[in-house]
Write a protein that binds this ligand. Structure first.
Ligand code: TXA
Ligand code: MG
Length: 320
């Protein structure tokens, strides 16, 4: 395997995909572990590398609507509206698959998750290789990566290549929606907010929290976790007293916290911009996780727009 597999060379990335490798791919949301949807062995390797249960299906990434038509049997009207509004971008649609999409990608489900990502290098790659299946490039239940270095830290020489597309602009995963008789249902909150969706299709249903009716296994509660004990709390000052004399990591939305002992503090967005907070959240968790802290305390964000999506991730990272 290559010693330093991180590169911006799309042609080289394409050669790896066409040879049946799994490689790191950049998207505007988080990095993915990508393989050609037409190579069963490569897809199987994704699950092995991620230690991901094979019952948890993968998102298929495409670069054109023409490719979409070749993968699905029907596209509800609202799906077309949403695709027009948000693609290329951070919205994944669940649509009925045709026979060209194998069961090993959808875990035997009749629907395939599909999106056109908004990243120039990845789009260039997809134009050469055709559809690429890619889950987020983190081991199962760990924090998603938002830079090529994060991917290398997780998988090192197990990957022959990581396409370096810089740090991810959105910073949290795509929003996943499905359709019941054209009615839009949100299965995973993400980088496109509920408010943005509702501007295009009117009121949507949200089915993000109910574990007993998991459609999208990524909804499982324990997910996106740092190794360090992590507590999400509105009362950081009070929690700090509990952890006196310990090494504390603190992530707040806008404000600085006074603490006399050792702390490593990061502020998501001094100016209170939720998009900036989303871009920073995983990178901050990766960073704090490297400091051998006793605990990471995180303040939840205002529960609107992207704040709601970020809070969803934070509560899944919560160790209590
Ligand atoms: O932003 C993103 O969506 C990133 C980038 C790489 O595109 N990908 C990503 O993939 O977050 P992953 O595998 O970490 O999360 C995809 C979620 C999983 O929870 C999976 O269960 C769900 O999508 N999913 C995929 N295919 C599905 C299907 N056919 N039916 C229901 N849920 C599906
Ligand atoms: Mg993931």
């Amino acid at each position: 395997m290559a010693k330093n597999p991180i590169s911006t060379n799309v042609q080289q990335a394409a050669r790896h995909i066409l040879a049946g490798d799994v490689i790191g791919v950049p998207t505007e949301t988080v990095y993915g572990l990508g393989a050609s949807i037409y190579n069963a062995e490569a897809i199987d390797n994704i699950f092995t590398l991620k230690e991901r249960p094979r019952t948890n299906p993968l998102i298929v990434h495409i670069s054109t609507l023409d490719q979409l038509n070749k993968l699905v049997t029907a596209i509800p009207k609202n799906a077309i509206k949403l695709a027009k509004a948000f693609w290329p971008g951070s919205l994944t649609l669940l649509l009925p698959k045709n026979e060209t999409v194998s069961d090993y990608i959808t875990a035997g489900k009749p629907l395939v998750a599909v999106r056109i990502p908004n990243h120039p290098l990845f789009l260039e790659l997809l134009n050469i290789t055709g559809p690429i299946a890619a889950p987020s490039a983190n081991p199962f239940e760990r924090i998603s990566p938002t830079s090529a270095i994060h991917v290398a830290n997780y998988f090192g020489e197990k990957l022959s290549f990581i396409l370096d597309g810089g740090s991810c602009k959105s910073g949290i995963e795509s929003t996943i929606v499905g359709f019941e008789n054209n009615k839009v249902i949100v299965y995973r909150l993400g980088a496109i907010s509920i408010e943005q969706l509702e501007e295009v299709v009117g009121e949507v249903n949200v089915n993000n929290y109910h574990q007993d009716t998991i459609v999208s296994p990524g909804m499982a509660k324990k997910h996106y976790s740092p190794i360090t004990k992590t507590i999400v709390t509105k009362e950081i000052e009070k929690q700090i007293i509990q952890y006196q004399n310990q090494r504390i990591g603190i992530i707040t939305f806008q404000k600085e916290i006074a603490y006399a002992g050792f702390s490593k503090q990061l502020i998501l967005s001094k100016k209170g911009d939720l998009a900036e907070a989303a871009k920073n959240i995983y990178a901050y968790l990766h960073e704090l996780d490297q400091h051998h802290l006793d605990v990471i305390l995180i303040e939840p964000l205002p529960n609107i727009g992207l704040g709601r999506s970020i809070n969803d991730r934070l509560f899944r990272a919560n160790h209590e």
